[in-house]
Design a protein around this ligand. Sequence first.
Ligand SMILES: Cc1cc2nc3c(=O)[nH]c(=O)nc-3n(C[C@H](O)[C@H](O)[C@H](O)COP(=O)(O)OP(=O)(O)OC[C@H]3O[C@@H](n4cnc5c(N)ncnc54)[C@H](O)[C@@H]3O)c2cc1C
Length: 507
Amino acid sequence: MLQINGIKLKIDEDESKLKEKIEKKLHTRVKSFEIRRKSLDARKEPVYVYSVLVETDHEEKYLGKDIVRYDPVDLKAEYRPRNQVCIIAGYGPSGIFAAYRLIEAGYRVIVFEKGKRILERQKDVERFFREGILDENSNVQFGEGGAGTFSDAKLTTRIKDPYIDYILDVFVQHGADPKIRYEPHAHIGTDEIRKIIERITDRLMEKGCEFHFSEPVKDLILDESRRVTGIVTDQGEYRCDHFLSGIGHSAYETIRMFCDRGIYIEKKDIALGFRVEHPQSLIDARQTGSRVKEANEYFLRYKGEKGVYSFCMCPGGIVIPAMSEKRTIVTNGMSYAARDSGNANSAILIQIRKEEFEDGYAYLHEIERMAYDHSGSFKALSQNVADFMNGRLEPLIRESTYPLGTVLYDFNRFFQEEDLRIVKDALKDFDRKIPGFIQEGIMIGPETRSSCPVRIKRNEAFESVNTPGLYPMGEGAGYGGGIMSCALDGIRIANAILWKYEQISGN
Ligand SMILES: Cc1cc2nc3c(=O)[nH]c(=O)nc-3n(C[C@H](O)[C@H](O)[C@H](O)COP(=O)(O)OP(=O)(O)OC[C@H]3O[C@@H](n4cnc5c(N)ncnc54)[C@H](O)[C@@H]3O)c2cc1C
């Protein structure tokens, strides 16, 4: 098979033209081809640039600049009954992909998930968005699929790893559009990712994976050498050879239990801010010249004394309440596959260094509670960006998409003095890059859960440094942020267990 790089199509040209272009480049007919990568080159007249995989006769004679041999690598784990039990806490991207890989390899896998299955969870989330009744165990953060289930399900990552294709293949095998394998800013949308995750769960069940929904892990069983030999839930005790913890960044109670059990945990930097919302047309106007038809994204970064950046941008999306505890407010964003709300939103975050707080969870909690106390309900805090810049507090220029309503709040009180200046400088910079960013923008917040304030430190074998048998993974362990990086971390953990087994059994 050949990989041909650098095949170009104009923005409005149909992908069916690719075959013609490939054959023209090779001066021969091709048997089959598939797209491997696609990127937008907007340096001059914008074009899409493709890498394609091609099958044809006498391939060696075409090798050269832009045309290389492609040997597909089969990353599937070899199946063999392994006679070992792996318990996984948390069924977000890290838990899902760890379970997938371990089942593929022949382990006995038992998953414990604090929240409910998606259909029930969806009802709880919809009721919360409609009536403001929050279920602390079943919400945007907790339940089958984890935190990314009510999201834009953007699959962007800068990580280069062969298992990225493995993850995308699993999504495609369970119903995702095959285009996610190569689209430059692929996203699935909340409506689609829910169906895909349900199918993955059903498939894992068929293959013997045992699931315990609405049954959080409450404690660990440690032997005299501090090795984890089992876990405790409200239903009983369960023994295991390996315990994988993929509990996400909102599992305060479980982290507290880990601390009580003496597991080595360290502080890490966090980020804090608000969501900014604009008409999608303002963001698209920047791209008019490129004639790109989809709702456009942006990624903004300001390098001051501290970094300020846009995060988790949701084109054509809505701002959502993402809290998992009563008497707190946390914002985030999500989009449906069609990305057609007419509004664009993104978090704008400033870095908070670990030296600036004692306990990151307590620090963020205080802000989430302050927001609730100011609002008196789940209505989010809000202000026009222009008013924030000028220290005024006027009614919003436009209603937010946040479903539970908003109350006015002066975000000048939100940041430390030095951070306030940096955030304002950043917004001026963003306004130069996207004219109207200040005048047309409204702020909704607070946004506090973009990253986890702790890292459960692990060794080179991916186990906790002081508690063997415990494999911390994903965002809640401080080793990932986003669907793809956490899914990949789950696979890394499964591979580490697999590798250890091969060594012990001498295979
Ligand atoms: C609203 C929203 C939108 C997002 N949008 C995107 C996006 O578009 N693209 C992207 O890449 N990322 C997005 N993210 C971030 C992404 O979802 C997370 O980075 C990712 O889900 C983290 O994966 P994880 O497996 O580490 O943990 P999580 O997905 O957080 O899953 C952890 C799971 O553990 C469970 N749990 C907690 N405690 C216990 C316990 N004691 N026992 C058993 N189970 C427990 C929880 O119920 C939860 O289901 C979004 C996040 C949110 C909240």
